[in-house]
Design a protein around this ligand. Structure first.
Ligand code: EPU
Length: 415
């Protein structure tokens, strides 16, 4: 199994390019099931999760071709469902549920089960489909959904759920009548999906706010679309640039997607400049401590919590970090502690007492964003850090070691 070896201490300098967004690409590729004909997405990131979605769409019966630019032609009829083998490796596979039942009237998708960061049920997805008139049966680890044609409904989410909202938006796009989604998630990826569905001919208003209105249409048309830049990859590079006391320009980073992240970087003492093409981060000296509470967008993203913990670990003073989205997203804590960080957790709260510096160690990646946090810690630590189980990183960061090498990091993949 590959690992990543980092010799810490070099400030990152230069320009780094953001790739297409993983969490936009996954629902967008699933949305290609809706129209009659071939849709094409460009700026697709080369990631394991994207390849898994391609595999799943092929299994369903789609013709899928290309990689950076992916074209998808859904089957005319009789689609296959999503098997356990694929869903267990990627929870986002559940995004095919809404489109399949809306377009073909039937879907059989494996239930995802728990994962490293929490239980992550899909009850809200299923509640919405039931309210839209689908018959939903849970049997043998699978969810079976049937509906001749879904009908519009009023759906109030118990909590904002990103993929739940995406699944129901796609389902409602082809339903009979109007669907209202209340307490909807407001992430930029949801706006992107609504934009693409509208390009296909859907009638969706309010995406990006907590109330989304979808007037169902009979049929959707295929489209071509370039995927938006990845705000979490961009945020990760900004933290890495600051943590190494570098001077890094993150090309493609969109400040309007990163308000909460930029506010915390500024609070820590980093200098941020934005222009039309990207964001420049510079830092020197000791960071100030920062308190962070993760929230649904536009609050501070859970997907940036682990990376900021690496920064808090070397800040001056005590930072309090609260994880409110997932119940088990502190697995990086014990690994950061092996590098000299002083962190105590109590349930969903971590108290980070900043230390003067970290020291390189062998550590284990446990999930995607935890891995990114360990890479950042390795970049600032004295000596060599070896991050094992890098397959987590490859799910969501495109060629991370090559990108970081190009801005001066001493990092390499060791087979
Ligand atoms: N939840 C329920 N029931 C549901 C749906 C969600 O209880 O039916 C709970 C979850 O357990 C969680 C909270 O609601 O506690 C929010 O979960 P959400 O459904 O929003 O998460 P998700 O859609 O499964 C997406 C991203 C995650 C990101 C979260 C939160 C994709 C493909 N994944 O997951 O990304 O952390 O939203 O922003 O968009 C990552 O990229 O590393 C990642 C984990």
């Amino acid at each position: 199994m590959d690992s990543i070896e980092i010799k810490g201490g070099t400030p990152l300098q230069g320009t780094i390019q953001v790739s297409g967004a993983k969490n936009a690409a996954l629902p967008l590729l699933a949305s290609a099931l809706l129209p009659h004909g071939e849709s094409t997405f460009t700026n697709v990131p080369d990631l394991v999760d994207v390849r898994t979605m391609g595999k799943l769409l092929r299994h369903i019966g789609c013709e899928v071709s290309g990689d950076r630019s992916i074209s998808i032609r859904p089957p005319a009829s009789d689609p296959k469902g999503a098997p356990y083998e694929l869903v267990k490796t990627m929870r986002a596979s559940v995004l095919v549920l809404g489109p399949l039942v809306a377009r073909y009237g039937y879907a059989r998708v494996s239930l995802p089960g728990g994962c490293a960061i929490g239980a992550r049920p899909i009850d809200q997805h299923l509640k919405g489909l039931r309210l839209m008139g689908a018959e939903v049966i849970l049997e043998h680890g699978y969810v079976e959904c049937k509906a001749k044609r879904l009908r519009g409904a009023m759906i109030v989410f118990d909590m904002p759920t990103v993929t739940g909202c995406e699944n129901l938006m796609m389902a409602a796009a082809l339903a009979d009548g109007t669907t209202i989604l209340e307490n909807a998630a407001r992430e930029p990826e949801i706006e992107e999906l609504a934009f693409v569905l509208n390009k296909m001919g859907a009638r969706i208003q309010g995406a990006g706010t907590s109330v989304i209105k979808i007037e169902g249409v009979e049929k959707l048309e295929p489209i071509e679309h370039a995927i938006m830049p990845d705000r979490i990859e961009a945020g990760t590079f900004l933290v890495a640039g600051a943590a190494t006391r570098g001077d890094l320009y993150v090309r493609g980073a969109r400040p309007d997607h990163l308000d909460a992240v930029l506010a915390k970087l500024r609070r820590a003492g980093a200098k941020i400049e934005v222009d039309a093409e990207g964001i420049r981060v510079r830092a020197e000296g000791r960071f100030q401590s920062m308190d962070i509470t993760t929230q649904p967008h536009p609050g501070f993203p859970t997907d940036m919590q682990a990376q900021f913990m690496a920064l808090a670990a070397i800040a001056d003073g005590q930072s309090i970090i609260k994880e409110q989205i997932f119940e088990n997203r502190f697995m990086h804590v014990s690994e950061l502690a092996r590098m000299g960080a002083d962190i105590q957790t109590d349930g969903r709260v971590a108290v980070v007492r900043g230390v003067a510096g970290l020291s390189g160690a062998e550590v284990m990646a446990t999930d995607l964003r935890a891995s990114a946090s360990l890479v950042i810690a390795g970049l600032v630590a004295e000596g060599t850090t070896k991050v094992q189980r890098v397959y987590h990183l490859d799910r969501g960061y495109e060629h991370i070691e090559a990108k970081l090498q190009a801005v001066g990091a001493q990092i390499q993949r060791v087979p």
